[in-house]
Write a new protein. Structure first.
Length: 246
């Protein structure tokens, strides 16, 4: 039975002055998938996340979530619909506890402090931060700050989670740890669209990969197929990668 499209971008374009940052981009994310969005620096990946989450409005094109066109909604309205996201620059409330930080996200769906606390504790267990719940966020290690960023987004109870380079700056052991967290979140029923520069991790996690360059889609498909695509090797992976494969 085919999966239902949870997110669909149709011919999405955004211009900043004369610059076309995203160019006629179309792709879908089906319910239950992990899809990777990859490409070189400056390809427009985070801009795509900003378009989906309502930070920017496309110059043209449509974005559907759960069958509804969400273009024109404010970021908090997009979040209420069921799209959560992380940011590349992790900025927790440093002088507040880990638990407090996550409770803030949980207040999207409740005014009840007890309900918010219980939701936050549940999320902290899922990401492996429960034992740090009373620690001040500013005292966390980088890997735990990344987990906290994910936990804050998860507390909003998203159907779709947008992960923006959550593995950046982590050592190999921390990357493996973070991959396991992402897999746990996925098993818990959350659909994931991720931007990732750690290519090995993106390929290990993603069932499908969308590659963009200069805001334009140049390839889409299973990871193995995409990494053998000559255009992807030229634009993103580099000729040395192509030579190493042969």
């Amino acid at each position: 039975m085919p999966h239902r499209a949870l997110l669909e971008l149709r011919n999405v374009t955004i211009k900043f002055g004369g610059l076309i940052a995203v160019n006629d981009l179309s792709f879908t994310v089906n319910e239950g998938e992990i899809v990777g969005l990859i490409g070189p620096n400056g390809a427009g990946k985070t801009t795509v996340f900003n378009l989906i989450s309502g930070v920017y409005r496309p110059t043209k094109g449509e974005i559907y979530f759960n069958g509804e066109n969400i273009v024109g909604l404010k970021p908090y309205q997009v979040c209420q619909k069921g799209i959560g996201r992380t940011f590349q620059l992790v900025k927790p409330f440093g002088n507040k506890t880990v638990l407090y930080n996550v409770m803030v996200g949980a207040f999207l769906h409740t005014n009840n402090t007890h309900v918010s606390r219980e939701k936050a504790l549940e999320v902290l267990k899922l990401v492996g931060l429960h034992h740090r719940k009373d620690m001040l966020a500013k005292n966390l290690t980088i890997v735990d700050r990344k987990k906290l960023e994910v936990a804050k987004a998860l507390a909003t109870e998203p159907k779709l989670l947008l992960l923006d380079e959550v593995l950046a700056g982590l050592n190999p052991a921390e990357v493996n740890e973070a991959i396991e967290v992402i897999k746990r979140i996925h098993r818990a029923g959350v659909t994931i669209l991720l931007i990732e520069h750690v290519l090995k991790a993106a390929m290990a996690l993603s069932q499908r990969v969308v590659v963009i360059d200069y805001g334009r889609k140049i390839a889409e498909g299973p990871p193995e197929e995409v990494t053998n695509n000559p255009e992807v090797i030229k634009a993103y992976l580099g000729e040395r990668y192509g030579a190493a494969r042969n």
